[in-house]
Write a protein that binds this ligand. Structure first.
Ligand SMILES: [Zn+2]
Length: 254
């Protein structure tokens, strides 16, 4: 399902005119959201309605790799990136069946330093189990793109040089070994970035990286994403989609 990203750097000419920044939605956990202090959870029912809304509008959710490959060909205006951060076990039980039902792809950003662990980096709220290596392989076998969220979920802007390199490069090596496929995408923990972190990600060989609000660092290695949560009804999604296209500048090289 995930097409290889062979050229997100528009090395091939003629380069397509940059369109509006691609719409990439950011999810985390899919399950019970009654105790959710960080607002990172949507219920399966809500996710189902959001995917139905996309399809009604003629849009389709895909992995970020597939979205960028389509954009590099000058296509993909009807595609929306769907990303799920942290690699919660509920991705396989709750999100995957809905993605399959609505014929959507997605990118799952996982933490190979916490396989089978939990969200210990979030002090408040319930512990949420993370996928094991088998769970990640299962998602990959279903066509989900696997990307790196670092090794253990640290803020890269506060990491020393050794930690930064190991979080970015070692996580890629571990995931490549785990999935048996190249790992193209990275996602900054907490969405925090600076020029040093972006450079480390580029140097580690990733072809793209997801941020949240990258500001002037926006580019293939700092893609903006739109938070989508439990309160996002069809009407709110409609507004977010329109505002994103108005507010985001074209991203050079996409
Ligand atoms: Zn995260």
């Amino acid at each position: 399902m995930a097409a290889p990203v062979d050229s997100v750097d528009t090395g091939r000419l003629p380069a397509p005119r940059p369109g509006p920044a691609p719409w990439v939605a950011m999810y985390h956990s899919v399950g019970d959201c009654s105790d959710d202090p960080y607002r990172i959870t949507v219920t399966p029912a809500r996710l189902g309605r959001q995917l139905a809304w996309l399809r009604r509008r003629g849009l389709r959710g895909v992995s970020v790799a597939e979205l960028l490959a389509a954009r590099a060909r000058g296509e993909g205006r009807n595609l929306v990136g769907l990303t799920f951060d942290d690699g919660y076990a509920d991705f396989v039980t709750h999100a995957l069946p809905l993605l399959r039902r609505w014929d959507c792809g997605a990118t799952l950003f996982v933490l190979p330093g916490r396989l089978g662990g939990d969200n210990a980096w979030d002090p408040r709220g319930p512990r949420k189990p993370l996928l094991t290596a088998d769970g990640i392989r299962h998602a990959a076998a279903e066509g989900v793109e696997i990307g790196s969220h670092g090794l253990t979920h640290v803020d890269l802007t506060k990491a020393d040089d050794l930690t930064l390199t190991s979080e970015v490069a070692d996580s890629r090596a571990l995931l490549t070994e785990l999935t048996g496929a190249p790992v193209d995408g990275f996602c900054y923990p907490y969405g925090t970035i600076d020029a040093r972190a972006v450079e480390a990600v580029r140097e580690a060989g990733y072809t793209y990286a997801c941020a949240i609000d990258p500001g002037p660092l926006a580019g293939p290695h700092a893609l903006p994403r739109v938070y989508v949560g439990q309160n996002d009804t069809s009407w709110r999604l409609h507004l977010k989609h329109r505002l994103h296209r108005l507010r985001r500048c074209p991203v050079e090289g996409l």
